[in-house]
Design a protein around this ligand. Structure first.
Ligand SMILES: *[C@@H]1O[C@H](CO)[C@@H](O)[C@H](O)[C@H]1NC(C)=O
Ligand SMILES: *[C@@H]1O[C@H](CO)[C@@H](O)[C@H](O)[C@H]1NC(C)=O
Ligand SMILES: *[C@@H]1O[C@H](CO)[C@@H](O)[C@H](O)[C@H]1NC(C)=O
Ligand SMILES: *[C@@H]1O[C@H](CO)[C@@H](O)[C@H](O)[C@H]1NC(C)=O
Ligand SMILES: *[C@@H]1O[C@H](CO)[C@@H](O)[C@H](O)[C@H]1NC(C)=O
Ligand SMILES: *[C@@H]1O[C@H](CO)[C@@H](O)[C@H](O)[C@H]1NC(C)=O
Ligand SMILES: *[C@@H]1O[C@H](CO)[C@@H](O)[C@H](O)[C@H]1NC(C)=O
Ligand SMILES: *[C@@H]1O[C@H](CO)[C@@H](O)[C@H](O)[C@H]1NC(C)=O
Ligand SMILES: *[C@@H]1O[C@H](CO)[C@@H](O)[C@H](O)[C@H]1NC(C)=O
Ligand SMILES: *[C@@H]1O[C@H](CO)[C@@H](O)[C@H](O)[C@H]1NC(C)=O
Length: 228
């Protein structure tokens, strides 16, 4: 008898861990957009109460009692029910900002039992991309304040490039890539920036700089001629 109980307990544990696993959502949203975190469909049951527990940079909660048709909350005004909570207790955040990143747990009490669902919200921020040239290092490509950090590469590919990274307090990263040597046959360099929120290619014609060096060269030749 005790054996069947332990088998049953193990089975129940397995079922619960499967449910837990499948109920864990990972949600990626761009800063400024709308995030909708789903809980469970309550259309086939009677909802007694629902509570969202939020653990981000700050902790707060949002709760609804069906018998009183009443919501209590101490979260940001950017967080509210997406629909009528007795129908679908999904949480809406708009506009999303970096401080909303964290863990969101929804607990519902219904006539068919209690359930809870967890989501992890990640906020992504597209970087600001610029391509400039500077005297010493020819071309500088910058992807500023992106989250996660952007990847920078060059066309034509160069073995003479270097990269710097700056981490900001709000979780964003600025990356700067310098290219020191370009094929003299091709005066156009292209910087390729890849990021989950955007891909961008910027091109820069360095022939203006090359002209200067050509003129300087002519100058020195003339001076050389004069001296000869
Ligand atoms: C909301 O209330 C909970 C407990 O009542 C508290 O721990 C939390 O700090 C509060 N959050 C805010 C943002 O006031
Ligand atoms: C519950 O309250 C909301 C506003 O707070 C109202 O729009 C809605 O009609 C109410 N629902 C019921 C069933 O009373
Ligand atoms: C996020 O929004 C809150 C208001 O809900 C504001 O106080 C905070 O400064 C914002 N954070 C960022 C990183 O924009
Ligand atoms: C988290 O909160 C602290 C202080 O409340 C603030 O200095 C920091 O910028 C916040 N971080 C984010 C990512 O919003
Ligand atoms: C969210 O949960 C994960 C894993 O359970 C944990 O590592 C992380 O620190 C939590 N984040 C916050 C903001 O509580
Ligand atoms: C780059 O590669 C070229 C030939 O492919 C080589 O001559 C040059 O020394 C390399 N430069 C560096 C900085 O590795
Ligand atoms: C994050 O911090 C950097 C540096 O202070 C700032 O330039 C950027 O605008 C911030 N990003 C967001 C989304 O708040
Ligand atoms: C390119 O190579 C030159 C000489 O090999 C070196 O002085 C320079 O720092 C390199 N530039 C970059 C961006 O790596
Ligand atoms: C020069 O490089 C650009 C990329 O920066 C490429 O699109 C173009 O085809 C190249 N031109 C030649 C003549 O190799
Ligand atoms: C950037 O250039 C690469 C290589 O030429 C190409 O595969 C990619 O589609 C381009 N991306 C954009 C956004 O133009």
């Amino acid at each position: 008898m005790s054996q069947t109980w332990s088998v049953l307990a193990a089975l129940l544990f397995l079922i619960f861990s499967l449910v837990e696993g499948s109920a864990y959502n990972i949600v990626n949203v761009e800063a400024g957009d709308e995030a909708v975190l789903t809980c469970a469909s309550t259309s086939k049951m009677y909802l007694v109460m629902v509570t969202w527990e939020i653990k981000s940079n700050t902790s707060c909660s949002l709760a609804y009692r069906n018998d009183r048709n009443e919501t209590k909350l101490n979260c940001s005004e950017r967080m509210m029910w997406k629909y009528s909570p007795d129908r679908d207790p999904a949480l809406r955040i708009y506009p999303v900002n970096l401080s909303d990143e964290g863990n969101y747990t929804c607990e519902i009490a219904t006539d068919m039992g209690n359930f809870h669902f967890s989501s992890s919200l990640s906020v992504i921020v597209p970087p600001t991309v610029t391509l400039t040239s500077d005297k010493s290092r020819v071309a500088v490509c910058q992807a500023a304040a992106g989250k996660p950090a952007a990847k920078i590469s060059w066309i034509p590919a160069s073995n003479n490039s270097s990269e710097e990274e700056f981490k900001h307090g709000n979780g964003t990263v600025t990356r700067v890539s310098y290219i020191g040597w370009v094929n003299s046959m091709n005066t156009t360099v292209t910087c390729l920036v890849t990021h989950p929120a955007m891909n961008q290619n910027l091109s820069l014609d360095l022939s203006g700089k090359k002209h200067h060096s050509v003129i300087a060269c002519h100058h020195s030749l003339m001076i050389l001629c004069v001296f000869l």
